[in-house]
Design a binder for this molecule. Structure first.
Ligand code: NI
Length: 162
């Protein structure tokens, strides 16, 4: 396992569309472990494969520090409501901005065993699912910020709530 280098805004890999994963391989298993390690090391609550330079539809999310979700080829299938909150991204260090997201999100994906799973979230988890899935289509939250992007004193983080 290894900590991978997190790509930052301006790196064109962050603006590309990722490809679906068709089979689990030792290489992808290593990538997922490295993504988890890299996310925890950076105190993020989520990380998408393009953030470490890999154009595959893989996301890891952990909003509590002990509840990792591994989402392969994830798709949002249901949303409801709205939440407005501050969001940040490990690829946009030292910044945050206000983004409106659904209050509730349901997504389907494959897990690390390539078995179908469903993940439902509200609050930070709903926000993280939307934010991370956007990365897979080459989108950063800064495109959705309402008002000014803020400079924050904190170190790197992925998402923060109100
Ligand atoms: Ni991000």
């Amino acid at each position: 396992m290894a900590i991978r280098n997190i790509r930052e805004i301006g790196d064109e890999v962050l603006n590309k569309t990722c490809k679906e994963v068709t089979e689990m391989t030792p290489r992808i298993r290593d990538l997922i472990q490295d993504m988890l390690e890299t996310m925890y090391e950076a105190n993020g609550v989520g990380l998408a494969a393009p953030q470490v330079g890999i154009l595959k539809r893989i996301v890891v999310i952990d909003c509590t520090g002990d509840d990792p979700h591994i989402l392969i080829n994830p798709c949002i299938v249901e949303t409801s409501g709205e939440q407005v909150g501050q969001e940040g991204c490990l690829s946009v260090p030292g910044k945050s901005g206000q983004v409106t997201r659904p209050a509730y999100v349901k997504c389907v994906a494959l897990n690390e065993k390539m078995k179908p799973i469903e993940l439902e979230g509200t609050e930070l988890l709903a926000r993280a699912i939307c934010h991370e899935l956007d990365h897979l289509d080459g989108h950063l939250y800064v495109e959705k910020v309402e008002g000014e992007l803020q400079t924050v004193q904190m170190g790197e983080f992925e998402e923060i709530d109100d």
